[in-house]
Every structure is written in C-alpha cells, then in structure tokens.
Design a binder for this molecule. Sequence first.
Ligand SMILES: [Zn+2]
Length: 81
Amino acid sequence: MAGQVTPESCCPWCGQHQPHAYPKAGDYTVCIKCGRVLVFAKNLTVRKPNAEEIRRLSTSTRLRRHVERIRSALQEMRNRN
Ligand SMILES: [Zn+2]
C-alpha cells in the first residue's frame, strides 16, 4: 500500500550516496564523487556494470556520449561550488 520509494543508493566504488531523479533499471549513470560508471539495478539502487554492460559501453557511441554528458555536467557543478 505504500507508494514506491526510490531506495537510497551508494556508489559501490567509493560509497558516495547518489541522488537521482527518475532512473530506469539498466540506465547508466556516473558517480557524483569518483566519476566511475554505474548502472541502475532493478530495485533502482546502483551497482557496478557487469562485463556485458562494460562491453556495451565500449561499443556504443551513444552510451559513451551519455556518460560523457553526465561527467561534464558534474564537472560544471563542481566548478560552480
Ligand atoms: Zn563513487
């Protein structure tokens, strides 16, 4: 009966808590602290990408651009603070 709550998720690489908006399972993101690639699991926590997902990242220009965009947005945020 409770509404769906996005669970707290922490970077498995460095432990940094990840604030996120409306992810879908399988979406790629980047840790706000260490900048490493993360993937949203089915329960919307973040996990390290598996071998298949790492391969997809290295073969898909679209995915790489997505990750690069997040990285540069984070960089801008850091520069502003
Ligand atoms: Zn991290």
